[in-house]
Design a protein. Structure first.
Length: 176
């Protein structure tokens, strides 16, 4: 059966006539063959905003440490957050172990978001650096200090410690 003349004729009648003749639209519309109503079928990937699941919050990347003491103290004061100070040295084995094991722990990274982290590397410390660290009360490496936004001590850890100990210390900041 050759349909080209029929298609050309229908094209001239317009889209409404084409739909009616094809039997699309409402049932019993009085035009074209009788057929049941055609219900729209929703396909595809889009859903209304209220039914879309919320995107999971991305896991925190590596901790972004402040490295300038004065900048970190000013930021903690301005943001009203506690200051977490990690004092360490590259030549200290326990410091390297904490860097590897504690600061890469997912729960620790999540908890650190609530404070201002300050990394004080004393690997090549000068006399002035040693004086600053001594004023912070550090007597052994590594050391983890938690200070309030005014710089007052909340708690501290001395020597190598694990993620659970750091989380317990950070919990003190969240309880304030």
């Amino acid at each position: 059966m050759h349909r080209a003349p029929l298609v050309v004729a229908l094209w001239g009648m317009g889209l409404a006539a084409l739909v009616a003749l094809a039997g699309c639209g409402r049932a019993n519309s009085g035009v074209g063959p009788q057929s049941p109503a055609i219900e729209p079928v929703v396909t595809g990937r889009l859903r209304p905003p209220e039914s879309r699941p919320s995107k999971p919050r991305p896991e925190p990347a590596e901790i972004v440490w402040e490295t300038a003491i004065q900048v970190a103290f000013e930021r903690a004061r301005r943001e009203g957050r506690a200051l977490l100070v990690f004092v360490h040295a590259g030549w200290n084995v326990a410091s390297r172990e904490m860097e590897r094991d504690v600061w890469h722990d997912l729960q620790v990274r999540r908890a650190v978001r609530a404070v201002v982290p300050l990394n004080v590397d004393v690997t090549e410390a000068t006399g002035q650096d040693e004086e600053r660290v001594t004023r912070l009360g550090v007597e052994t490496l590594p050391a983890v200090l938690l200070l309030d936004e005014a710089g007052q001590p909340i708690g501290s850890l001395a020597g190598r410690c694990d993620a659970a100990a750091v989380l317990a210390l950070l919990d003190q900041a969240l309880q304030r």
